[in-house]
Write a protein that binds this ligand. Sequence first.
Ligand code: SAH
Length: 398
Amino acid sequence: MRYTEDMSYKTFTCSIARRCGGCELLAVPYELQLRRKHESMKELFARVTEQDGATVEPVRGMQEPLAYRHKAATPFAPGSRATGNRMRCGFYERGSHRIVYCKECLVEAPEARSVLRDVARIADELHISAYDEDRGRGVLRHAVVRMGYATNDVLLTIVTNGSKLPHAAQFVQRMRALHPRISSIVQNVNDRRTNAILGTRNHTLWGPGIMHDRLLGCEFEIGPTSFYQTNPEQTEVLYALAIEGLGDATSMLDAYCGTGTIGLCAAHAKECDLHVVGVEQVSNAVGCARRNARANHVNNRCSFVCDDATTWMAKQSAAQFDAVVLDPPRAGSTPAFLEGVVGLAPKRVVYVSCNPVTQVRDLAILRDGGYRVERIVPVDLFPHTKHVETVVTCSRSA
Ligand code: SAH
């Protein structure tokens, strides 16, 4: 069923919405959510639009704002009498570590939640214990599942406290029998007492230990610890806007590049004309980016460096790029990185952001360096939540 004009005013209900807190806007019709997000972006960018004459374009929303999350996760905790001693799984209740059980989630890809629930069920049957975060004991901490968007791959990652996973072979066999679409199962070891879900060590239990997906006609290898956008349909919208922002650039820097997705999609879209250098601090992601360049036959034009973006930038006084794309995490970029960009004097800077508040802060540094904002496009990657991503294109004033 496609999302029609009439359904834009439909609201959706979820029995755990209040406690889970993931979809704060679920009760607001989608059209209205998009309009509200547009208004809040106009307010946030008011100074920028006044100074540079650009307007905030309407938020690019989804046709059907459901089942868009292709990554789902659950924490585990030991059961109690209330759960019939079955281990708990679901979502953390808003602002706490109490787990709210979830049977199905409206915004997750079909089957994702049932894979996670079955991890708990099979673990109980095999007497694999859940991690008790108060005592720091037990085995199973989290599970994360990634469902391919353009492929049928499913990568299941089981996070354990320590490297021991009792009955691993039986666990794999049972999960595969229940969910034949699973294409790989990886054990990730996290033995730190931390809120971070993933540790750094991966051990493949079955399959290739990675998955593949396609965005804008490019194939990507995704490892259990590498960053990959969770809403692929809207990621294509986001990346297409970033690529439009490059104009006629023949060389670009892809800063904070993850597995190289933006630069590689751009190199693919621009055929032979575009050279790309990507910078990313997570070494696993850089390894994926290099393999992704080869898989898409653009490795002669795309190279990737593993470094902190700011440290790397400090060494680039002689580099030349027609365009710089940056896609930093929520904290935004750094003054030193942005000043380095100004020093390189690319014609265009395309700033992709998952936190427009830090983006507006950072844009002031580019403005001081002579860049003017030409285009601001918000994209709704997370319908029913307050999040908005933005693609801002700046050009150097003559
Ligand atoms: N453009 C990619 C990744 C965006 S997420 C995509 O769309 O998939 C931000 C990325 O920045 C993450 O991969 C994160 O590991 C990386 N990162 C965070 N801080 C960094 C830093 N200081 N230097 C380089 N990369 C960094």
